[in-house]
Design a protein around this ligand. Structure first.
Ligand code: SAM
Length: 258
């Protein structure tokens, strides 16, 4: 099998200029982080690549996907495509797109907030999917610092370490908590190099959860190369695919200098 020539490569990140439908079946990954075109705008690249979910299934058994809830509820019912490719839903997360605090304000610019007869759309949905046995799929929930309690009487009293079972899962009360399913992150829209660039901090959380340290994450829709930057920060390797040459050029520059 002829290996494609990388557009960019270093010790941790390799970027291919090409179509993920061709390249995904050639790759193996611990996890995929995908931000596919939703086909919601007239932008030339905004076309859902039919069949990419099956190609992804050849590459890995763990998949994070950015996709609005609407895409699962109205035709062409993307959920059915996930199921047809053997993907099972494990959970969904929502970045907090609070524009007042400049979180993820790019959402206003990528076509998701045009309606004036609906609540202003300030969130996106990220879903995690797996194939095969859940216990065989790497998943490690990031821990975050515990929040001080509002009740002044007990606000700063250290809580004793305590373990209690929740189902079959051990849960330890201590100075850290499981990361929450609603995630805040600063917008990239003023500083980003791609119109729908995702925050590195959010991508890093997803990668840390689904990809073991030293493992490989694949991003089939690389855009700015943000997943490569996040994988590097998390101590993982990344293989990126991007069909638009101008985006590859910008991503390669960021990866080389970032
Ligand atoms: C939603 S953007 C991804 C943005 C990226 N997550 C970031 O943070 O910069 C989708 C990207 O997928 C690319 N793309 C579209 N179809 C593709 C395909 N079949 N194979 C590879 N890349 C594709 C587009 O050119 C676009 O840059």
């Amino acid at each position: 099998m002829v290996q494609p020539e990388p557009y960019y490569t270093d010790e941790t990140v390799t970027l291919y200029h090409g179509d993920c439908l061709d390249l995904l079946p050639l790759l193996r990954a611990d996890a995929i982080v995908a931000d596919p075109p939703y086909q919601q705008t007239a932008l030339p690249w905004d076309r859902w690549p039919t069949g990419w979910l099956s190609a992804a299934a050849e590459c890995t058994s763990s998949l994070w996907c950015f996709l609005p809830l609407r895409q699962f509820a109205v035709p062409p019912l993307r959920g059915a495509e996930f199921a047809a490719a053997g993907w099972r839903l494990s959970q969904d997360l929502e970045p907090d797109l609070d524009t007042e605090h400049d979180h993820w304000t790019w959402a206003k610019h990528n076509g998701s907030g045009f309606a004036t007869d609906r609540f202003r759309r300030v969130h996106e949905t990220m879903t995690h999917w797996y194939r095969g046995r859940w216990s065989a799929v790497h998943h490690d929930v990031p821990r975050v610092a515990g929040q001080p309690r509002p009740n002044a009487g007990i606000a700063h009293r250290p809580r004793p370490a305590h373990t209690s079972p929740i189902g079959s899962v051990g849960y330890t009360y201590g100075p850290t908590r499981l990361a929450r399913s609603v995630i805040s992150a600063r917008s990239e829209h003023r500083t980003g190099i791609h119109p729908t660039q995702k925050p590195v901090a959010v991508l890093e959380l997803l990668i840390r959860y689904a990809c073991p340290p030293g493992g490989v994450v694949v991003d089939p829709f690389a855009g700015s190369g943000s997943t490569g930057i996040a994988a590097r920060a998390a101590g993982r390797r990344a293989v990126l695919i991007e069909t638009d040459e101008r985006s590859c050029e910008r991503a390669a520059h960021w990866l080389a200098t970032g």
